[in-house]
Design a protein around this ligand. Structure first.
Ligand SMILES: [Fe+2]
Ligand SMILES: [Fe+2]
Length: 322
């Protein structure tokens, strides 16, 4: 298919723009939009919806003493939570940043290629919301979990609270963008844990694999647009961005114990308070479950970690930059 932007791309474009052009050129082929969706007839009620290791309390004795039907309900809720977190990332984190870019509110990101890629990303993300909402609907019907109320995710909550601390619009937008960059870089790893697991529900695995296919491209897009933006930031903005990137890692890795507490109460799991309180005391943030290497590589490639203060910001939050 002819592509005006690709046909007219300048030979002098930098490497980021060239890479972004290639990703844009392959969007129709790569994107899951319009492709066949996972078949709900493959839903097998005898298979677990989720993996125990991803539950933030899977090693606690109270969870391990539960009977099979209680564990099965919790695993199904694990799947529902996983998908609702995806909806939160797509709608509350990434979409507002995409809108800021399209409205030319972010320095260095006004090129036509970037705007087209951002439009394609928005189409992908809207489709992912449809994909995971559909998956949750099927799970809720099959497992009789139609009335579970999740409430807010800490990721969106922490982001909003941080934005409220800063009256400056540029800071609010950089906070949003930092959370988007971190989410878009981490989300494919987050999805990989389920897309490569053969013990879970085949329908769920297929749903996650379809989503991950797009997110591998999004991770590259957000890495490259970050490089494009950073060269246009002044020293104060750069320092603020580094701080917010590091902070966003903790937000992304938060185990959402408040949300789980609400769910376990609704499922009437015995000793649920003790279970949550014990695990919360242990560790509120699962940094050990997060692979930060792509984010660290990005920070290195733009020279952030040539500065001792930037390394210090990450180490103060116990994020290993080596
Ligand atoms: Fe997505
Ligand atoms: Fe994405």
């Amino acid at each position: 298919m002819n592509n005006f932007l690709i046909d007219n791309i300048s030979k002098d474009s930098n490497n980021s723009i060239k890479l972004l052009s290639t990703i844009h050129n392959s969007w129709r082929q790569r994107s899951m939009v319009g492709k066949e969706t996972p078949d709900y007839l493959n839903y097998n009620v005898d298979k677990p919806d989720f993996i125990e290791e991803l539950l933030p309390f899977s090693e606690h004795y109270i969870f391990n003493e539960l009977d099979c039907s209680e564990k099965s309900k919790i695993l199904s809720c694990g799947w529902l939570v996983y998908n609702e977190k995806t909806v939160c990332i797509e709608s509350d984190i990434v979409t507002p940043s995409c809108n800021d870019i399209l409205n030319n509110k972010i320095p260095g990101l006004s090129s036509p290629i970037i705007h087209k890629l951002v439009c394609e990303t928005l189409v992908d993300e809207a489709y992912h919301i449809l994909l995971v909402k559909n998956a949750n609907l099927i799970c809720q019907y099959k497992r009789d979990l139609k009335n579970i109320d999740f409430g807010e995710f800490s990721l969106a909550d922490n982001l909003k609270r941080e934005q409220q601390k800063h009256p400056e619009q540029w800071k609010k937008r950089l906070i949003q963008l930092a959370a988007s960059i971190v989410s878009e870089i981490f989300v494919s790893d987050y999805l990989e844990q389920l897309s490569s697991n053969n013990t879970i529900q085949p329908f769920n695995q297929a749903t996650v694999a379809a989503h991950r296919n797009d997110e591998l491209a999004h991770s590259k897009i957000f890495t490259e647009i970050t490089k494009q933006m950073i060269v246009k930031l002044d020293a104060t903005q750069k320092e603020f961005l580094v701080r917010m990137l590091a902070q966003s890692v903790l937000w992304f890795a938060n185990k959402d114990f408040d949300l789980w507490s609400r769910i376990l109460v609704q499922l009437k799991i015995r000793k649920n308070k003790e279970l949550i309180n014990d695990c919360r005391e242990d560790n509120e943030v699962a940094l050990d479950k997060i692979d930060c290497s792509d984010l660290i590589d990005l920070c290195k490639s733009v020279g952030f970690f040539d500065q001792a203060w930037a390394i210090q910001i990450f180490s103060d939050l116990n994020i290993d930059v080596e």
